[in-house]
Structures are given as structure tokens and as C-alpha cells.
Ligand binder design. Structure first.
Ligand code: FAD
Length: 482
């Protein structure tokens, strides 16, 4: 259940939220304003998905894909701008690469996405395109410093020979797929297969080898805030944003072309509604609707680490990291460290139900806090926290939205005319939401799909009929049966 739908204790405050609470931000925006009675388009949710949808609706490439000039776009946010996954994530702009092949190409029966190698390669190309488009948007609007855009490398650490060899096999498989499409490696992958060199360069104690690729990081809360500000200042479209306005019900079941959106502060009628509600989507559907179950939350805990002096300045980490059981992004204000639900479960931290189908971003898990607190000391060579104020400074929880076939659900919801969805980003929305919402905005403006958009992401009756892998959520998350 989404926290804002019931009386609740406040959500934990992430590093991103804490460092974007000044008077220039959109906290409390529109909270006390009167809601309009009508809109052309209502966007529900002001995370990165809702923000990028609003951006593409208000910044169409040309008239053919544009909604009518002057259209009224209303954004309804149940809590605060970027207060859920986007404001609580790892801050990575890390397009997936060959390491995602096993999940993308395993059969649906085995808990994968059931794609061919060629389709999987299309998805990876799409993620790279997403990265490029995000960077272009940031540069076009002169936001690099405001949103702390960093472009560099991410290093994946392999702690055994088997894992290193497996990764290299996947790399070669991916290169072959690219070659078949007339393409080459676009993300500058390198491999280190010498264990001594791996420890020296990565400074990770048990590194057996590593690979690097191009990626980046960003302050996600500031990014969403800035994108929304750009939309709100549009002179071609009438855009408004109302925070603390949870949508409680959307009815068009009576066959009407118009949606009636019930909120805690009144009702709005709108021709089109788009759900950018990610992990919170199920509560808007009745028990018998497949979306009640086919998007489900996984809880994650993250932390902000102040580096020790030996890991600062010229001695600072030069890349972001994917460790065997965690990952981190280096930001100007510290290292954001976290682990996926599967990492925590595999590391024996907490119980599966602490993460699976758990959307509680209000409480911390003491076991996770302990894990994050000791992670850098246990993992990095000569990481010695000597001074008060070094190490884990802050920790928070957040929820990802996962789908049975591990792919986002984008488009008009089957049998619900004029109700659209852009959700289910499977813990990877920073690398998928740009092109997904660009395609969706173009669909809304032109009634046809963007040619460059992966068909596998389009919501369909067939996809909604897909079932959770046999073995349930536990197998979905860990790959193993309980
Ligand atoms: C801890 C954590 C770490 C992550 N790390 C990474 C990472 O490093 N890289 C990466 O690419 N991705 C990462 N992700 C995933 C990424 O953050 C998400 O995929 C992405 O932010 C999804 O954006 P969104 O806008 O769809 O969802 P959200 O940011 O969750 O936004 C949905 C919004 O909808 C609002 N809402 C929901 N229901 C209603 C309603 N009924 N009425 C009104 N408003 C409503 C919510 O309040 C929320 O603000 C991580 C996620 C988490 C939780």
C-alpha cells in the first residue's frame, strides 16, 4: 500500500531529497491551490517518468507528434516531487550491457524476459540511446552543474575466475549480435583478467578481475525538479503541478471516453490519463485486474558514505562500481552505496519478506544498516574510518517496481480507452524512462508508435496474461527455489 494513501509515519529521507529541500525546489508545490475541474491530459506521479513525459509532451520534435498547442496538462503527485524511487535511487546513469543478457534472454518459464539475442541487443541499444538523450537534455538546458551530471566509467568487479570468464563470454556474444546489426561496441568496454592488477586498480580486496564501460551519474532529485520547472514554464502548453494530491480512483469503466479522476482534494475530468505511478500502480486497479499483481514492489536500502582521507581528492575512487553484492556511485558529496534485494537476500541479510512485495520506505532494516556500515571497510583495500563523520552518514529505503517479464509496461492499457501507463521499470528507470516517455508522448500526440521504440516494452493483453515464474517471487528475485 502506498504510504500517502493512509495515515503514516513519514518516509525516510534520502541523500538526494535531503540535498534538494531549499526554497527553489518544488516541495509543497501546488499543495494548497484549487484543482481544475478539467484537463486534456492528467499525469499521475511526479518521478522521473512523469517529469519526462511532461517534458516530451511540451517539447515535441515536430507538429506531427505534438498534442494540440495550448492543451492543459495537470500533474498530480500523491506525495512530493521525486519522493519515491527516483528520489531514493543509486544515482546511476548506467545503461545495461551484455551482463543483462541472461535475464533478458532466459525463457519466461525460467523467470527471464524471453527475448532473442537480437531483441535483447535492441533493448541495450535503447538504454544507450536513453543515456545520450538524457545528457543532451541536461546540456541543452544548461543543467550540468545543477544536477551534478558526471560522465565516466563504471567498473564491474568479478570475485571468481568463473564469473570473469562468464562475463567475457557474454561480452563476445553481445559483440556478435552487434556485428550482425552492422554495429560495434559503443560503450568502450575493457576487461582486466590479471588478479593482481585487478586489486591494484580497483582497490577491491577480493577482485579477481574487472570490466569497465562508459556510464554516468546524476542527482536524480534535482534532475526531476529542473525538468518539471522547464515544463511548468512552457508558454505553448498550460502545465500545472499539484503535490500532496493522491489519486484514489480513475473511472472510465462505464465505457465513457472521458476519465474521472478522484483525488483527496476533488475530482478532475480528463480526456487522457497517464499512470507514471511505478511501484504504486496496483492500488489503482480492482482485485481482478492483472495490474493488481503484475507490477510488484521490491524494497531496497541505500546509504551515503563519506570517504576516508585515503579515498578523497586525488586518491578518490575514479569510477562507479558494481560489486558482487552491492553497487555504488561517486558523487561530489559522497559515495551512494546500495544493494539490490537479491544481493541482500544472497548475502543472508534480513528475511525475503523484508524486501519482496514490501513497499515500506518509512523504516530502515537494522541488518541492512549494519551491512552498509561495514561494507567499505570489508571490501576496499586500506579503508580505515578514523575520524568521526567518516563512513555511513545517512541511510534510507525505497521501492522498485518489477514486472513478471522484467520489462517496463508502456502504452494504452488494454480495454481502458485513454488510460495509459509508463511504469514497471524494474529498478532500472534512470536508463529507460527517457525513451519510454518520449515514445509515449509521441503516441499520445500522433496515435502511432515511435519506430525506434522496442516493441517488447509495449503493454498488451498478452503481456498482462504472463504469470509469475513458478517458484514465486523468491525464485524471481534470487533465481533459486526456496
Ligand atoms: C533504492 C533504489 C535504487 C535504485 N537505483 C537505481 C540506479 O542506480 N539506476 C537506475 O537506473 N535505477 C535505479 N532505481 C530505479 C529507478 O529509481 C526507478 O526505475 C525510477 O526512478 C522510476 O521512476 P518513476 O517515475 O517511474 O517512479 P517513482 O519515482 O516511484 O515515481 C512514481 C511517483 O508516482 C507517485 N504516485 C504513485 N501513485 C500515485 C497516486 N495514486 N496518486 C498520485 N501520485 C502517485 C509517487 O508518489 C511517486 O512520486 C533504483 C530504485 C530504488 C528504489
Amino acid at each position: 500500500m502506498s504510504g500517502f494513501l493512509e495515515p503514516h509515519s513519514p518516509s525516510t529521507v534520502s541523500h538526494w531529497i535531503a540535498t534538494n529541500r531549499g526554497s527553489e525546489t518544488l516541495h509543497n508545490h501546488g499543495k494548497d491551490d484549487k484543482l481544475p475541474e478539467k484537463a486534456d491530459i492528467v499525469i499521475v506521479g511526479a518521478g522521473i517518468s512523469g517529469a519526462l513525459l511532461a517534458y516530451h509532451l511540451t517539447h515535441p520534435q515536430n507538429d506531427e507528434v505534438s498534442i494540440k498547442k495550448g492543451s492543459r496538462i495537470v500533474i498530480l503527485e500523491g506525495a512530493e516531487v521525486s519522493s519515491s524511487a527516483t528520489g531514493r535511487n543509486g544515482g546511476h546513469f548506467a545503461p545495461a550491457t551484455f551482463l543483462s543478457f541472461p535475464k533478458l534472454t532466459s525463457s519466461l518459464e525460467d523467470g527471464g524476459a524471453g527475448l532473442t539475442d537480437s531483441q535483447a541487443t535492441e533493448i541495450l541499444l535503447h538504454e544507450w540511446d536513453n543515456f545520450e538523450r538524457n545528457k543532451n537534455l541536461i546540456k541543452k538546458h544548461d543543467l550540468i552543474d545543477k544536477v551534478d551530471l558526471w560522465e565516466g566509467k563504471i567498473m564491474t568487479i568479478y570475485d571468481t575466475k568463473e564469473k570473469l570468464n562468464k562475463a567475457y563470454e557474454l561480452y563476445e556474444r553481445w559483440l556478435k549480435c552487434l556485428k550482425e546489426k552492422g554495429l560495434q561496441d559503443y560503450s568502450d568496454n575493457t576487461f582486466c583478467k590479471d588478479p593482481d592488477e585487478a586489486v591494484k586498480v580497483s582497490r577491491v580486496k577480493n577482485a579477481f578481475g574487472y570490466s569497465t564501460r562508459s556510464a554516468g551519474s546524476v542527482h536524480p532529485h534535482r534532475l526531476v525538479t529542473e525538468i518539471l520547472k522547464i515544463c511548468l514554464s512552457s508558454t505553448d502548453f498550460n502545465v500545472s503541478l499539484y503535490t500532496s494530491t493522491p489519486v484514489l480512483d480513475i473511472s472510465s469503466f462505464d465505457g465513457s471516453q472521458e476519465n474521472t479522476i478522484k483525488t483527496n482534494r476533488g475530482t478532475i475530468k480528463a480526456e487522457k490519463v497517464v499512470l507514471c505511478t511505478n511501484a504504486h500502480t496496483p492500488h489503482l486497479f480492482p482485485k481482478e485486474h492483472p495490474l493488481k499483481e503484475s507490477i510488484f514492489p521490491l524494497r531496497i536500502q541505500m546509504g551515503l558514505i563519506t570517504p576516508t582521507l585515503d579515498y578523497s581528492g586525488v586518491k578518490g575512487l575514479k569510477t562507479n562500481y558494481g560489486f558482487p553484492l552491492a553497487y555504488c556511485a561517486n558523487t561530489p558529496n559522497g559515495i551512494v552505496l546500495g544493494a539490490g534485494a537479491s544481493d541482500y537476500i544472497r548475502a543472508g541479510i534480513g528475511k525475503p519478506e523484508d524486501y519482496i512485495n514490501n513497499s515500506n520506505d518509512r523504516e530502515l532494516l537494522p541488518e541492512c544498516t549494519k551491512y552498509l556500515k561495514s561494507f567499505m571497510t570489508n571490501t576496499m583495500v586500506d579503508w580505515n574510518e578514523n575520524a568521526e563523520g567518516e563512513g555511513l552518514m545517512r541511510t534510507w529505503t525505497g521501492v522498485t517496481a518489477n514486472t513478471f517479464d522484467r520489462l517496463p509496461l508502456i502504452g494504452e492499457i488494454p480495454n481502458r480507452k485513454n488510460l495509459f501507463i509508463s511504469a514497471g521499470f524494474n529498478g532500472h528507470g534512470m536508463s529507460t524512462t527517457h525513451t519510454c516517455n518520449r515514445a509515449l508522448a509521441r503516441l499520445i500526440g500522433s496515435e502511432s508508435w515511435d519506430q525506434d521504440f522496442p516493441e517488447a516494452y509495449i503493454i498488451s493483453e498478452n503481456r498482462l496474461k504472463r504469470k509469475l515464474v513458478e517458484g514465486g517471487h523468491y525464485r524471481y528475485v534470487t533465481g533459486n527455489k526456496l
